[in-house]
Design a protein around this ligand. Structure first.
Ligand code: ADP
Ligand code: MG
Length: 603
């Protein structure tokens, strides 16, 4: 029995369409690219319901003739290549002639287009690949393409779409990837009747400011370099504005956003010594390369690319970024004639050097100023605790310096009697204290994260401070229009946690009080990170709102590894930690405490 069917064209088109257009954001990308290929200088994007009901791109580009206006919806209809050879010199965004055919297969499309020399334009209506009508129309020169009811005939795809906020953030990301590098063109984005971005043609820095807010202008250094192989132009973030995620890292090649782990590593390498652990620089870097040196065997809608001269590009990019960071001269001079260890770049403003490996105060007196005979003996005991601690740590982590490095501690003859838990800070990041069963090694940052998380998320707990802390001077926080919307939504939650926040103007909020542990100088960064975390959590849809927000805030507010802590601070932190319902793990699931059993120590 024969079992093979030939699929009808409409079905084949729908299937093929799925590869090009899997969500509203990918249709947006194709339409914006077509408009740029048409030589437009102003491109306006309008979406409704995150692109579900409408995606419209209006451009002032070259427009299409009457017959091209029909032809453009045919598969493999493209004006951009004529021969296979053209592929090697391709400079335009699209060239496979698939996008419009795909979109027309899965939506109701209205095209209005007019060439500049023509008096009248033409309007084409097409639905599920079928042309419904074509007629002359009065319209502005250029093209308007409206995609309505995306996936109207592919319920499976439609049902897979995420919440509007998620789909809209995908669209915004596409919009950023396109507009950041095409700063010489004007763009706007309107969502549900609200103008989210209105970007004038200008410089790259103006574009960054237009997308992220004016305060971004001070956050970046200019990076520029020109070699035969590679032209670099962009902006790299000042180290003090590094982030906890790689969210703001944008690389472009020949006007197109790309992902390239090796080149990204080159940028991060240039920062190597300037950033605290788990911090990532922000950057927006445009590269120009001879298209013939790019491997074109890569799917054009994908963001991955391969370069023939990858190694050389890596080196050029790294040194260009180093230079931008203001350490080029010194660092390269040193690189040539001294061993690598001496190649220490000057620390930038605001950089906190890591603590020395062991921080320990041999003169610590738990009885404060009142020095008694007891005091003397206690001091000795604390020293022993310190030594025990260090030995124990040493056994856990071989990279820790040995006990020889603290020769200021005198030998002590008698074993210590039982004592109250003293804390010792090791490597500026661990607190060592005694338990009945042995020694506890506590990660200070994670511990603090846990404590803050409990305070924020459980309003009734004993840990919850009775009031929030009023700021001496109110602090203004600024967001992009889209972020401001989101922030407005989250404001009631933040008030619950002890923030006093009110909107002033469209994108600005004034903060007049905060929970006690927050630094007002870090408010903007804290909120920026919180929004980022919140958005990415929503994307991964483990969306327990309180959990996500509190975990993010706790992470921002927690004392960082490398911060020296006083004895009292450590003891308070340990006490608070053990009052938490889950002292063993941080809100993000990382281990906080390691116990070294007494038997272990005895061995
Ligand atoms: P590709 O961009 O790969 O050529 P598309 O399906 O995206 O394929 O577009 C098909 C053709 O339609 C393009 O090659 C171009 O000639 C024409 N076209 C599409 N959008 C526009 C536009 N906004 N302005 C002018 N021409 C356009
Ligand atoms: Mg195209």
């Amino acid at each position: 029995m024969d079992i093979i069917n030939i699929l009808p064209d409409s079905v084949a088109n729908q299937i093929a369409a799925g590869e090009v257009v899997d969500r509203p954001a990918s249709a947006v990308k194709e339409l914006l690219e077509n408009a740029m290929d048409a030589g437009a200088t102003q491109i306006d994007l309008v979406v409704k319901d995150a692109g579900r009901t409408l995606i419209q791109v209006v451009d002032n580009g070259c427009g299409m003739s009457d017959s091209d206006a029909r032809l453009c919806f045919e598969r493999h209809a493209t004006s951009k290549i004529h021969r296979a050879d053209d592929l090697f010199a391709i400079q335009t965004m699209g060239f496979r002639g698939e996008a419009l055919a795909s979109i027309a297969a899965i939506a109701q499309v209205e095209l209005k287009t007019r060439m500049h020399d023509n008096e009248l334009g033409t309007q084409v209506l097409i639905e599920g690949s079928q042309i419904v009508s074509q007629q002359p129309t009065a319209c502005a020169p250029g093209t308007s393409l409206a995609v309505k009811n995306l996936f109207f005939n592919v319920p499976a795809r439609r049902n897979f779409l995420k919440k509007d906020s998620v789909e809209l953030s995908h669209i915004e990301e596409v919009f950023r990837r396109v507009t950041l590098i095409h700063y010489d063109l004007g763009f706007s984005l309107t969502s549900n009747g609200r103008v989210l971005y209105d970007l004038q043609a200008g410089s790259m820095l103006q574009r960054i400011a237009g997308l992220y807010g004016n305060h971004y202008k001070e956050r970046f250094f200019n990076v520029e370099e020109q070699t035969d192989l590679l032209k670099i132009k962009g902006f790299v973030g000042k180290p003090e504005y590094s982030r906890k995620t790689r969210g703001e890292q944008y690389l472009f090649v020949n006007g197109r956003f790309i992902k390239h782990p090796a080149l990204s590593a080159a940028v991060e390498k240039a920062y190597s010594d300037l950033l605290p652990e788990h911090s990532y620089p922000s950057y927006f870097i445009g590269l120009q390369v001879d298209p013939a040196r790019i491997d074109i065997n890569i799917h054009p809608t994908k963001t991955e690319v391969k370069f023939v001269d990858e190694h050389a590009m890596f080196a050029i990019l790294r040194s260009a970024v180093k230079k931008a960071l203001g350490q080029f001269t010194l660092a390269t001079e040193l690189e040539f004639d001294t061993p690598a260890e001496f190649n220490i770049p000057p620390a930038p403003k605001g950089y906190v050097p890591p603590e020395p490996k062991i921080s320990y105060n041999p003169n610590y007196n738990p009885f404060g100023g009142k020095k008694s005979e007891w005091g003397e003996r206690r001091e000795g005991r604390d020293r022993i605790a310190a030594i025990e601690g260090i030995e124990a740590i040493d056994r856990i982590d071989k990279s820790t310096p040995s006990i020889d490095s603290i020769d200021s501690i005198p030998a002590i003859e008698t074993p210590p009697p039982p004592r109250q838990a003293t804390c010792l800070q090791v490597q500026g990041r661990y607190i060592v204290t005694t338990l009945s069963s042995g020694l506890a090694v506590i990660d200070q940052q994670r511990a603090h994260e846990r404590v803050l998380y409990e305070r924020l998320s459980t309003p009734t707990s004993d840990l919850r401070p009775p009031t929030s802390q009023a700021l001496l001077f109110p602090v203004n926080c600024q967001f992009t229009p889209a972020d401001a919307d989101l922030f407005g939504e989250l404001m009631p939650d933040l008030r619950e946690y002890g923030f006093a926040i009110d909107p002033v103007g469209q994108c600005t909020f004034v903060v007049t009080a905060t929970p006690p542990d927050i630094k007002e100088s870090e408010l903007q960064t804290t909120f920026d990170h919180m929004l980022l975390d919140y958005k990415s959590a929503t994307l991964q849809k483990y969306s327990n709102r309180t959990q996500t927000l509190c975990a993010s805030l706790a992470r921002q507010m927690a004392v960082k590894a490398g911060t020296p802590l006083g004895q009292e601070e450590m003891q308070q932190l340990v006490a608070d930690l053990f009052a938490c319902p889950m002292p063993e793990t941080s809100p993000s699931g990382k281990k906080i405490i390691t116990v070294v059993k007494t038997e272990e120590i005895l061995k």
